[in-house]
Structures are given as C-alpha cells and as structure tokens.
Design a protein around this ligand. Structure first.
Ligand SMILES: *Cc1c(COP(=O)(O)O)cnc(C)c1O
Length: 407
C-alpha cells in the first residue's frame, strides 16, 4: 500500500472501505456521537470533534501525498496556521518571511502583540537571513514558497539546513503548489500547512485547512491541540474536499499548461511591463523552481503597462476571468492585489513586497486556453493599456482599498 503512486492514493484512498454495504465511495458520517461497544469499551470513534471517519480518510490521504506520518484536518486554512503556533511558548521565537500570506502575517503579529510568542520578520530569499537564523535560534521557521503575489521562491533546502542546525522546526505553507507539485517534507520540513480551500478542494466551494506532520510524535501533539481548541473540520467539508482531491493531479496539469501559455503570451505583449511566473526562463529563480518543485503551478502575475486606470479598465473588461480574490479553483480568477488581497498592508511595505498599482494576479483555471488567450487579447485591444490618453475623469480613480480589514 505504501508503494502506491501518489496520484493513485489521491484517487483511491478510502475507496471500498465501507464494511456494511460495500459502498465504493466512503459514506458521509454526520453523527456527532458514537455508541460504546460495551462498558468501558470504546469503538474507533466516540465524539465528532475528536474524530470522524470522513475527516480521517482525507487526513490519511493528504499525509501520504505529502510524505508525512500524520495529517490533521481543520475548519479553515487559518485554523491550520493557528494550530501550528500552539507549539510555541511565550518566550519562543517564530521567524516568518516578510511576504507571507496576509492572513498569516496578521495572525502572527497579533499573537506577538499579546505576548504569546516572539516574532522576527526576515526576507528568507536573502542569504544573510540564513545567518540570522543561526543567531536568533528560533523555535520555528515559517516558509511560504512561491510567495504571493509575485511568486518569489525560497530555497527550502537551505532554510531547513539553517534551521535544523540550531534545533529549530520548519513549517511550510504549501497552499500555492499543492502536494501534486511540491513536497516540502522531502526536503526535511517538519510541518506542512494547507489552505485546502484552494487547489486541494479545487472547486471554490469549501473553506478548509490541513496540517501534515513529518513525525508521528509531532502529529500527535498537533492533533491533541486541534481537539483541545476545537478547530477540526466538518464531516461534509471533508467529504467534498476528498472528492476534489481525487482529481488533483489532472487539474494541476491543466492549470500549469494553461498558466505557461498565458505567461508566455503576456511576456511578448506590448501592453505588459513584466511577468512573474517561475516556469518562464526569464524568472530569476527558474532553476530553483526546477530543483525543488514538481511543476510551476497555476498562478501568474504581471505588471500591466500604464497606471492604475489602465489596470482598472483591463480588470473590468475581461470576461472569462472573474474579478475575485482566492485561487486554485477550476475557474479562472483575476485580481488587483493592491486594492484587494493586499489592501490591508501599509503602502510602503506593499510596494517593498512588489505589489504596485499596476500588478495583476491571475489564478489560471482549466478552461480551454484558447478562450482565455482570446479574452486577454480582446481586453488589451479594447483598453490599450499604457497607450490610451488619460480620460477626463481619470483623476477620480484613486487607490482606495476596497476593504482594508480583510485579506
Ligand atoms: C488562503 C490562504 C490561507 C488561509 O486559508 P483559509 O482557508 O482562507 O483560511 C493561508 N495561506 C495561503 C498561502 C493561502 O492562500
């Protein structure tokens, strides 16, 4: 069984496990409580917060896909991130990358403000940050690669070596690539976190999360905390997420094929200043991507020519891309990070992270790529980014965050 290929695990784990009726697809167990077999004799399950068959099938499948010993399914991706912080005491230091997911950044800094942990923010793509890890001697180093939204890569191997040399654990948020395209545990990472809301479920209809531990011991400690603080995922969410997981590999193949075609198209467009996609040879970390990733993923960002007005006009002219946050679903989404996903950041920090007014992020879906390319072509031709004279009311178009409190 452990010799199964990972794509077979994703398709078959839990299939034909039903002992009562031989249901091929595992049935949905909604019951919150389970009877004892006898006085003082528990069955496999007793209470729904502590354990549930649907949650367990999904957790086991994800643990096998990531190469870990134990998986824990949480209600949201943020619950998964929060769960990992339970490993830290108030005098332990957590090292985080300066460009990690905004919700994680907000959580870590809020916990620090309340004195629940110590925090050090570093640019983990810089070599001198590795030397700083040796000095800081943190309890946990957090990595997120590729980063959001400009897809910068962190050398997983290098960070793991620096962290392990001083006895630190390493946690990796693997949401952007999914276990189909990157397995941080194979580079020595101790804990992998996912927002299953994104590629793992893949259909933009379930919010969920997962934590996968390299060792049984670490997994048991995290599972104990998940039950203790009550953040385990709902059975029906696990059922749907497992259904999404079945097709992970074929979806990612198509996401990637479409993303590469779009990145190449954008790279030669006169209406585009710069494209960010690790699959392009022009990406400064293309070689690192080939070394540590099994593919380049489905996220593409670019700076459109012109200014904010050009970005706004383009974003509201495309038809096959929904103007929306989030990512990883089968349908293509497009967003303007400066006013949407990254609106809560201080303008200075936002610009330092490469998120300017002209940056556009695409979560490339699995539609027929010719339709996506044609739509981009029409939108560029109609809006003429960087070429059209500023319209009379263009001064009214100021950079106003849509909802700064949300990420
Ligand atoms: C979406 C996301 C999260 C948070 O997950 P939720 O399911 O929204 O709680 C964490 N990390 C990354 C990289 C994400 O994209």
């Amino acid at each position: 069984m452990s010799q199964r290929n990972k794509s077979t695990v994703a398709v078959r784990h839990g299939i034909e496990a039903d002992k009562h009726h031989g249901a091929v697809v595992p049935p949905l167990y909604l019951s919150t409580t389970y009877s004892f077999a006898d006085f003082d004799t528990k069955r496999d399950y007793d209470y729904g917060r502590s354990g549930n068959p649907n949650r367990d099938i999904l957790a086991e499948a994800l643990a096998q896909l990531e190469g870990g010993e134990k998986g824990i399914i949480t209600a949201t991706g943020m619950a998964a991130v929060h769960l990992v912080t339970q490993l830290l005491n108030h005098d332990d230091t957590l090292v985080i990358p300066h460009d990690c997911y905004g919700g994680s950044y907000r959580l870590f800094t809020s916990l620090e403000k309340r004195g629940l942990l110590k925090l050090k923010v570093l640019d983990l793509t810089r070599a001198d940050s590795l030397a700083q890890i040796a000095e800081i001697k943190p309890k946990l180093v957090w990595i997120e690669t590729p980063s959001n939204p400009i897809l910068r890569l962190t050398d997983i191997d290098a960070v793991v070596n620096a962290a392990h040399a001083v006895g630190a654990l390493v946690g990796a948020d693997n949401t952007f690539l999914s276990p189909a395209l990157q397995n941080p545990i194979s580079f020595g990472v101790d804990i992998v976190v996912h927002s299953t809301t994104k590629y793992i479920n893949g259909h933009s209809d379930v919010v969920g999360g997962a934590v996968i531990a390299k060792t049984q011991e670490l997994g048991d400690e995290l599972a104990w905390w998940a039950n203790n603080i009550g953040i385990t995922g709902a059975p029906f969410d696990s059922y749907l997420t497992l259904r999404g997981l079945r097709t992970l590999k074929v979806r990612l193949k198509q996401h990637e094929e479409n993303a590469l075609a779009i990145a190449k198209y954008l790279e030669q467009s006169e209406y585009v200043r710069k494209v960010y996609y690790p699959g392009l040879e022009s990406h400064p970390q293309h070689e690192l991507a080939k070394k540590q990733q099994l593919g380049f993923g489905g996220m593409v960002s670019f700076d459109i020519a012109g200014g904010l007005e050009d970005a706004a006009a383009f974003l509201t002219t495309v038809k096959e891309f929904s103007l929306a946050e989030s990512l990883g679903g089968v349908e293509s989404l497009i967003c303007h990070p400066a006013t949407m996903t990254h609106a809560g950041m201080e303008p200075k920090a936002r610009l330092e992270a490469g998120v300017g007014d002209t940056l556009i992020r695409i979560s490339v879906g699995i539609e027929e790529v010719a339709d996506l390319l044609a739509d981009l072509e029409v939108a560029f031709a109609k809006t003429q980014p960087g070429k059209a004279p500023a319209s009379a009311d263009s001064k009214a178009c100021k950079l106003t965050p849509a909802h700064p409190a949300l990420w």
